[in-house]
Design a protein around this ligand. Sequence first.
Ligand SMILES: Nc1nc2c(ncn2[C@@H]2O[C@H](COP(=O)(O)OP(=O)(O)O)[C@@H](O)[C@H]2O)c(=O)[nH]1
Ligand SMILES: [Mg+2]
Length: 549
Amino acid sequence: MTPIRRQGAATDAVAALAGRAEALARAVEAGGDLLDAAAARHAADVARRVGERTALVGGHVVVALAGSTGAGKSSIFNALVGEDVAEVGVRRPMTSVPRAAVWGDDGAGPLLDWLGVARRHRVAGGDPGLAGLVLVDLPDFDSREAANRAEAERLLELVDLFVWVTDHQKYADAVIHDQFVATHKAYGRNTLVVLNHADELPDAQVATVVADLTRLLEADGLADPRVIATSARTGRGLDELRGAVRDVIADHQASLRRLQVDVAEAARALRDGLGTAQGTVSREARDALVTALSRAAGAPAALDAVERSYRRDALGRTGVVFTRWRRSLTADPLSRLRLDRLPGARSAADTAGAHVAVERTSLPAASPAARAEAQMATSRLAQSASAGLPPRWTDAVDAAAHPPDADLRDALDRALGGAVERHRSPAWWHLAGALQWVFAAMVVVGVLWYLALGLAGWLQFALPDVPRYGPVPYPFILIVAGIVFALVVSFACRVVAGAAARRRRAAVSRRVRDAVGQVADRDVIAPVEAVLARHRAVAGDLARAAGDA
Ligand SMILES: Nc1nc2c(ncn2[C@@H]2O[C@H](COP(=O)(O)OP(=O)(O)O)[C@@H](O)[C@H]2O)c(=O)[nH]1
Ligand SMILES: [Mg+2]
């Protein structure tokens, strides 16, 4: 591989890592307070760290010697450096502040600043295979000083390669395994384990302890752990350790791999608390909601009024002329509810858009039962839409599904007012109405005729015979026929009007349903879908950050 191609591959890898870190940052941003707060904070730190670390040029590899007191971290540090730089503790721990040694050309200053390591040593000359190595001697992580432990943990977040240093006395300590090795098991490829103080045991026992330690590391979750037995006193195993570090440096990917794992782990932690959205708002849930909202908005009362008003007008226009006055004694049901907008007139909802002073209808307030039913349909819709999501998200979906009560009531009232309008008068009303006037006129003419005959007789006029059909006089025929025809037409129209009123009710009911459906879509379903879309966006970005998409 030529250096140029390698460089190209490296920039590709950096770009891929940056893309994942961006996806992680986006997920944290989009998820906001719906994510686990601690995991989100950590993820944001990781995303920031990726930017910071990849911006540091120089291709250095940061290797940390970590372990418990007396394991020999500082001694190994000195042995690798080739000078006694770090204090070695005989009885008590000596290292409370991290110390770094840098191999090769300088230029690691910004990196060491970023690591926050102030004590620095430059290794001039030395093994050219180690050029670029930044070796850090960490404070003991079992230190009784909480500050030392915290400092070790802080640096463990930043370094590229972990070298866990232990010895035959402490290698099985739970602290090492549970708190450090196991929690860093995802970085298996960036991990070495050193069993120091090997000179204190016979060779056969060293092999046994290495095997035992390897087993424990596997139990911690490390795949294929590499254990190197060393002695800082005799120099045993140090060449092997140096070789292992050299390999990591030559690989050029250690820092990217560490960050990649950081990003993937942070994404995985967030995904653990994210659940999986099962779907969106179902057709049935929407239908149930629209039905319940229509009822709560007073649609049944409005539709009753539509039907009754139609029938009332039909009978008024087509009924017997002499009995029409009775109808004027009762109010029109649509007017009473202020739903009597004329067809074609712009409705309140059309002009309102938002909150222009809008005429309210006079529909009665929803009954407690209708209101409870609407609440239940809303909650059910939220529940089914948020199935599979953890509580924080289901709460958010539920909140999105419940707009302020008064706003929803207003919107529904406007929707109803816009959907209901007064019927037009169909042609058959006019025809039947005209006929009724003709029949009324026949009756009036017949009656007047008799009155004229009576008056003429009283005044002793000699009159010609009244025309007759057989024995029946014409005025009598006029009166009877007028009444009979009027009753027949009135009855027929009553039958037709009943059916037409039901059809009218059905037509208006569809319009009401559409209008209420629009309110449900805008004020309930769209906000719910928005939360689900937010969940999808977060899940997608986390999958990308974890490298699964
Ligand atoms: N016998 C033996 N003693 C060692 C070895 N490595 C370190 N020591 C001693 O163990 C003590 C603690 O070593 P130190 O490097 O300070 O350990 P640290 O606390 O991990 O930094 C010192 O007295 C060292 O001389 C080793 O491989 N063999
Ligand atoms: Mg030390």
